[in-house]
Structure formats: structure tokens, C-alpha cells
Design a protein around this ligand. Structure first.
Ligand code: AGP
Length: 609
């Protein structure tokens, strides 16, 4: 869960690395550093704390070289400090690393016994020493890295520079992401595409078990056992400004407002209103698979799991296939049963979440057919899957997921409609009606976003609440869970999401005049029942904030405060009811002054178990 970046070219490298790290800071932000070739030496500057601290350190100590590596850290081994920040130096080599070395205890003991002294508590320093030890006279950096990695078990994306090879960087990958950026007379590498975008949109994804030497003009890729790899660069369609704030105070706010566009992009080319169908070639699945399966299993974590809960609802309703949702972090530690008649849908915005990746691997080993729903092209989970359905949200930088969530919902509803059509459980007329409702969502979202001031007023009213309950039924239940997750992630208030019908089985004990209860209660098929639950809250003097449908007087009459959304079809309601909840979490956090884009203890991609 760290970010690494490297550059070989003719520009002054320190500002290039810093800019790259800024675009990767979402991956980790407790310390950072760079290593640069300067006049036959490797100079290292590191700082504890956020990237601004590194920037100040670099201002105080400008460096001139044009080859270097950088790192932003999310601590796993060793507390966040300058001493534990990367790059880690050992003799002639400096190393940055994203991942975890699993056999670090054993390796450290061996190295210590042979006289090596450690200057940090990190597992990465072990790799640096192993490489330095192998990098003897006549052994190239590439060969030394390869040799060192034969001893290493675990996950890594590594970038290494050697004092003796000033014109290159060596990189290697196992389980953690690494992508090469092919520029004009310059070569880059990074953990994620946004870091490359100021320089190039031509990228080469490194595969697990591969190593590469980057010079200004060439990326020489080989497998760890020495076989050359020929892989052409792909051009990504993300623009450089997509990873900038564009006048918004935070990335999260920008990303909330980007949702109508993100939904349009995710729908583009995938819908045929004339035939009432989803375009086959766009789904990453074969029609035969749709007909053969007798179960759908969703695997995901966090926000993506909430999308999965909606997916289950749609798949059961529209395709009439039994569907289950699994927290991927739990699946891998059970002895789960998958069969070749399962369609597993793995949802992950980053495509890197280790728990989801491992659960996918297990499902695949049991013969299940796996489809990834993902926002990052060619990332680890799509690669582990049989097919991929990409959301086109564009880069999401805010740690709290917003536009990736809504585009996941779009992808899952498309998938459920497609399955329903292939399995003859959904006729073209009903499918066309649903697709039309989806196509109209960006407009409804824009209207909802225009009402931001009302949400801001609600945030001012409730910003000091220490606890908040979120309730919903049917498709409103995952939205209640997601609203609560958003609030706790960025405002640090304690928030609980519950199925409204479950309240009477326990949480109702929490209700008193100090408990704000956000109820997702649009005019859907569950409205009457949800209304009864609201009455139960009111009877105990709970404070109700209702997410209601436009013009609903009955709902407005029972809630102390309401935030209304346009009247859209029941099936697509989550795509609008989530918007005021995202904004509520955002405004409360902003009013409290928390670090909205980089909340404490979190990272955007979770590549630890
Ligand atoms: C979302 O706001 C969270 N930061 C988190 O729950 C996230 O959804 C989860 O870690 C899964 O990530 P993924 O979609 O990249 O797999």
C-alpha cells in the first residue's frame, strides 16, 4: 500500500519524482523519500509525514540528477519515521518497495549473522542488502536483483538504482502493481498510471515474476529466470488533468461531482435501447456461461462489497439466479465451496485488493468462471480473472470511493440485465425500460448534486454528532451501509448501517433524542415498511434525516430534516440516493477539518491481508 515511482531521462528528476508521488500519495502518506544519481553518488532525501515534508526537505537540499526513484509509504514493518522511510540504502544500491517480504525474519537473521548492520526496521532493507551483496564486481544490477529475488518470498514492486550504473533503473514485480511509462527520450515506472500521465499515456504493465531494466530509450523486460519478454505499449485514455483537482477543494468532492460523467462513460457503447439489450461484446462474458451457471457469487471488500449487495439484488430479481455476496477478506480463510457452475463476480475499483485477489484465485482453482468488475485496466484482479468488465470512472484519488462505487453499480445492473436476457427471464421490453432508466441517471444525478447547499445545511446541523445510524431496506440497505462507511472513513464519527427491519432486533436500544438516524426512504416498493421503522425511531425521540423522493409529503412529514432525490425507477434508486449521503459525509468531514482525501490510517489500495 505504498507508491513507488522512477524516472530515467533528461529532466531534473527530483521535481518529476515529487509530482509522481503527489499523484500516488493516496496509496500511503506517512513518510516519503527519493534517491537520485548525482555526480557518481546516490543522494537520498527522506522525511516523515506527508509529502509536503519531503518537498520542504528537497527545497533545503536541491538535487540535480536526472535518474532517480521515489516512494510514499503506508507503514507495515516499522513505525512511520524518517529512518524507516524509503529509499533504503545498502552499499551501492538504493531500493523502494511496495509490498511485504514474508520471510523477512529468517532473511534478517541470516544477514545479521553474516555481519550486516541494519539502519531501519523495514523488511525492505533486507532486499537492499541482498541485492548489494549480489552486486559484486562484474555482476550487473539486473543480475544482482534477479539473484537476490530467488531468496525472497512475498509481494513486491521494487525499483532499484545502483551507484555503479548511473543510467538505469531496475524494477521487479510480484503481486504488487508496477507499470512502465514509455516517454519520448525518457522512461518512467510507477505503482499506478496517474503518476505517469504528465509525461506519457503509453504504458506497459509488468507481470508477476518479471524484471526490467529501464534506460532513457529502452525498457528491457525479462522473466526472473531470464527469458526475454516482448510486450507492446498500450495507450490509456486517461487525460493528465483527470488526476488533478480542477478547482475543487478536495479530490473527493471533485469525484462526487464527476459521477454523472463517469456513469455516462460506463454506459457508453454498452446499451441498445432499440433491442432492449446490453451489447454482448462489452461484457467480458460468453453467453454460454450465462446459460450454464446455477449460482452467482460476488466477492468484494468495503465499498465494493456494498455494490455487490446491490448486484445480488439485481441478479436475483432480473436473471432469477441464486446469488450470494461474500466479504473477500473472510472467504479466503474458510474452506469455501465453488463449482464450475458458479459465476464469480469480483468487484474491485483498484483491481489490487489482496483479499479479493486471493479469493478470486481460490474460486478459479475450484473451477468457477470469474469476471472482474474493475476500474483499472489490466490490474491484478482482472488479470487473475477469465474476463473483465471495466468501469470508466477515470482515476479516483480520494481514498473514500465515490464515483467508482456508482460506476460499479452501473456495471452490475448492466450485467444483471444481460444475464436476464440470456437466460430468458427478462423480456426485451422490460430490459429496454430498465436501460432507459439507467440512461437517464446522469441527469437525475446532476439535479441531486445541484442541491448540495441543502446537504451542507444538514452537515452543519449534525457535524458534532458522535454517533449516527443509517437505515434502509431492499436496495436502500446497501446504500445505508455505504453512507455509514463514508461518514466514518472521513469524519471519524461512529456510524452504523443497518437493514431497517433489523432495528427492532437490537439497535433500537440506541435511539434517544441525541441519536441522528439517516433513513434511505424513497418511494419504492419498501416505502410503507420503512415508514413504520421511521415511526419507531420518532416514538423514541430519535432525530430522522430522510433521503426521500421529490414531492413526497408523507415522508417529509415524519422526518425532522429531508434531502430529496428525483423520482427514478426503483431499480436505479441507489444511483441517486447515495449522492446526498456522499455529500453529507464530505461536508461533515470538511467542517470538522479532517484530511478528507487522505483520512488517517487508511490507504486507497489495500494490498495487505
Ligand atoms: C472505500 O471508500 C474504501 N476506501 C474501501 O472500503 C474500499 O472500497 C475497499 O478497500 C475495497 O477496495 P477495492 O474496490 O479497490 O477492492
Amino acid at each position: 500500500m505504498c507508491g513507488i515511482v522512477g524516472y530515467v531521462g533528461s529532466s531534473r528528476v527530483a521535481p518529476v519524482l515529487l509530482e509522481g508521488l503527489r499523484r500516488l500519495e493516496y496509496r500511503g502518506y506517512d513518510s516519503a523519500g527519493v534517491a537520485v544519481h548525482v555526480d557518481g553518488k546516490i543522494e537520498i532525501v527522506r522525511a516523515a509525514g506527508k509529502l509536503d515534508q519531503l518537498e520542504h526537505a528537497l527545497e533545503a537540499r536541491p538535487m540535480n540528477g536526472s535518474v532517480g526513484i521515489g516512494h510514499t509509504r503506508w507503514a507495515t514493518h516499522g513505525r512511520p519515521s524518517e529512518q524507516n522511510a524509503h529509499p533504503l540504502l545498502a552499499g551501492d544500491v538504493a531500493v523502494v518497495h511496495n509490498g511485504i517480504i514474508e520471510n523477512h525474519v529468517e532473511l534478517k537473521r541470516q544477514l545479521t549473522n553474516s555481519g550486516v548492520e541494519f539502519s531501519s526496521d523495514t523488511d525492505t532493507e533486507i532486499v537492499a542488502h541482498l541485492i548489494n551483496r549480489a552486486h559484486t564486481e562484474g555482476v550487473s544490477l539486473m543480475a544482482a536483483v534477479r539473484q537476490a529475488l530467488t531468496q525472497v518470498r512475498g509481494a513486491y514492486a521494487l525499483a532499484i538504482v545502483s551507484r555503479r550504473e548511473p543510467d538505469c533503473i531496475v524494477i521487479a514485480k510480484q503481486s504488487s502493481p508496477l507499470v512502465i511509462g514509455v516517454g519520448d527520450g525518457e522512461m518512467l515506472c510507477a505503482s499506478d498510471i496517474p503518476a505517469l500521465l504528465p509525461h506519457t499515456r503509453r504504458v506497459i504493465f509488468l507481470d508477476d515474476g518479471e524484471i526490467a531494466q529501464l534506460t532513457a530509450t529502452e525498457a528491457r523486460i525479462e522473466t526472473l529466470d531470464g527469458k526475454p519478454v516482448e510486450r507492446a505499449a498500450k495507450t490509456v485514455d486517461w487525460s493528465p488533468v483527470a488526476a488533478e483537482k480542477s478547482g475543487f477543494k478536495h479530490f473527493m468532492l471533485k469525484e462526487i461531482f464527476e459521477q454523472p460523467r463517469a456513469v455516462e462513460d460506463t454506459l457508453r457503447g454498452r446499451v441498445s435501447l432499440e433491442t432492449g439489450d446490453v451489447v454482448d461484446s462489452e461484457l467480458g462474458l460468453d453467453g454460454e456461461v450465462a446459460r450454464q451457471i446455477d449460482r452467482v457469487v460476488f466477492l468484494a471488500c468495503g465499498t465494493s462489497y456494498h455494490a455487490a449487495l446491490c448486484g445480488r439484488y439485481w441478479v436475483e430479481q432480473l436473471a432469477k439466479v441464486p446469488a450470494h455476496t461474500e466479504l473477500a477478506s473472510e472467504t479466503r480463510y474458510r474452506d469455501p465451496v465453488f463449482t464450475s457452475r458458479d459465476l464469480v463476480i469480483a468487484i474491485s475499483q483498484s483491481g489490487e485488493t489482496l483479499d479479493t485477489w486471493a479469493a478470486v484465485k481460490t474460486a478459479k482453482e475450484h473451477g468457477a468462471h470469474v469476471l472482474a468488475v474493475c476500474n483499472v485496466l489490466d490490474s491484478a484482479i482482472p488479470r487473475m480473472s477469465h474476463g473483465a468488465l471495466y468501469t470508466h470512472a477515470g482515476p479516483e484519488i480520494g481514498v473514500a470511493s465515490t464515483k467508482c462505487f456508482t460506476t460499479q453499480l452501473v456495471a452490475l445492473l448492466l450485467l444483471a440485465i444481460w444475464l436476464g436476457r440470456r437466460r430468458d427471464t427478462l423480456n426485451s421490453h422490460r430490459a429496454a425500460t430498465l436501460l432507459q432508466a439507467l440512461v437517464e441517471i446522469p441527469h437525475a444525478m446532476r439535479i441531486t448534486l445541484e442541491r448540495k447547499d441543502a446537504v451542507h445545511a444538514a452537515a452543519r446541523r449534525w457535524m458534532h454528532a458522535e454517533h449516527m445510524l443509517f437505515l434502509g431496506r431492499g436496495l436502500g440497505y446497501p446504500i445505508a451501509l455505504e453512507g455509514a462507511l463514508k461518514l466514518k472513513e472521513i469524519s471519524y464519527a461512529h456510524a452504523e448501517g443497518y437493514a431497517a427491519g433489523e432495528m427492532k432486533h437490537g439497535p433500537i436500544a440506541l435511539i434517544d433524542e441525541n441519536m441522528p438516524v439517516v433513513v434511505v426512504m424513497p418511494r419504492d416498493a419498501h416505502f410503507e415498511k420503512t415508514l413504520s421503522n421511521v415511526q419507531e425511531v420518532r416514538a423514541r425521540e430519535g432525530q430522522v434525516i430522510g433521503i426521500i423522493s421529490d414531492g413526497d409529503q408523507e415522508a417529509a412529514a415524519v422526518a425532522q430534516m429531508t434531502l430529496s432525490v428525483p423520482n427514478v425507477a426503483d431499480a436505479v434508486l441507489p444511483l441517486v440516493t447515495i449522492v446526498p449521503l456522499q455529500l453529507l459525509a464530505y461536508y461533515i468531514a470538511d467542517l470538522k477539518g479532517t484530511d478528507v482525501d487522505q483520512p488517517r490510517n487508511l490507504a486507497k489500495t489495500v494490498t495487505v491481508e
